[in-house]
Design a protein around this ligand. Sequence first.
Ligand SMILES: Cc1ncc(COP(=O)(O)O)c(C=O)c1O
Length: 383
Amino acid sequence: MSYIEPWSKKHKKVAGSAVYSLSNSFVEPLTNEQLIELSLERGDQQIVDEFRHHSLAYTPSGGSLDLRQVIANFYGPDISADNIVVFPGGQVALQTAAAAVLDNKSHAIVFSPGYQSVQQAPVQATSQITTIQRRSVDHWQINPQWVEAAIQDNTRYIVINEPYNPAGTLMSAQLQQQLKDIAQKNGIFLLSDEVYRFLEHDANDRLPAMADLYAKGLSLCTLSKPWGGCGITIGWIALQDIELKQKLIDVQYFGTACPARSSEIQAIMTLRASDIILQEKMRIIHHNLTLLDQFIEDYSDLFEWVRPTAGAVAFVKFKGPLTSEQLGQQLAESGISIKPAYVFMANTKGYEHYFRIGYGEQNMPQALSALIHFVEENKDNWR
Ligand SMILES: Cc1ncc(COP(=O)(O)O)c(C=O)c1O
């Protein structure tokens, strides 16, 4: 794997010590104590006992059966525990899948701006890539004709991310079907990074999982985002293709012997309490989004967005005289952290004024108040 510099490195250097964070994409993190309480409340003493007494032997490559069974419940009839591969987090899953599908003779299609690993895992897997730009004028939606036009004889892999980081938008089921049809017609694996699935602001908008929809589809999910379990470091891929599943396990074998059993048990506890946890996370998201709506309305001459419909992030355009890099620097000096466009793309040309704002955390209202204070102090200079 070749060395690629993380785009977020600069952001961490500039805003790493900020007190007010508006830059995370996860929802309010859980505590282990909450997980134990939730387990006991539903009478699940067995899992709590196991957390205390489990063996520290290796777990099976690809994840233990009990965790894979709980995960499979989130999918339809074509996905059972045998169709799940567990990874130590979503990023590892992205890297492993690209390495399993691609080589230096193959070609992949990715989209930008976006999460760096979604775009660059195929590059690290030595593949050629075509990067298709997503644009606010299209409401950040993918144009299927551009995807068709990008397909080459050696295209093996398309990677999409819906709900979309950084804009928090969601494609329609019809567009998802169109992309699946294009992939199917050309025999291409389609990985759908669904790490923000289950955080749709209206649950009726939830898309089918790609693993349910398409025989060569891969659905990527992680505990980090919807359930606030970043520190559990458990992600997974659901897929129907058993041959590729074995390749995923084989590729991962050289990186990690196995997921930690303590993490697996925490993941089981989390997923068994999924409904209660998601309800609470959505309450925070809806509340914070109302505040953001007001912010965008109050300062509409300075900020605009495509209003998000899923997840806990929005990609906002600053209409004042600074790039988002300059704005991010000045905000960091006031203790406020946002994510400028350079965190989501190698070349920010045309996107210089965009930045991502996160609103999934409990203390977001305080961070937003700090931002409003900063805007009030500077608005006359900007206008
Ligand atoms: C789109 C997307 N995919 C994958 C990940 C990685 O997830 P994990 O924290 O489980 O490694 C992230 C994290 O921010 C993300 O935004």
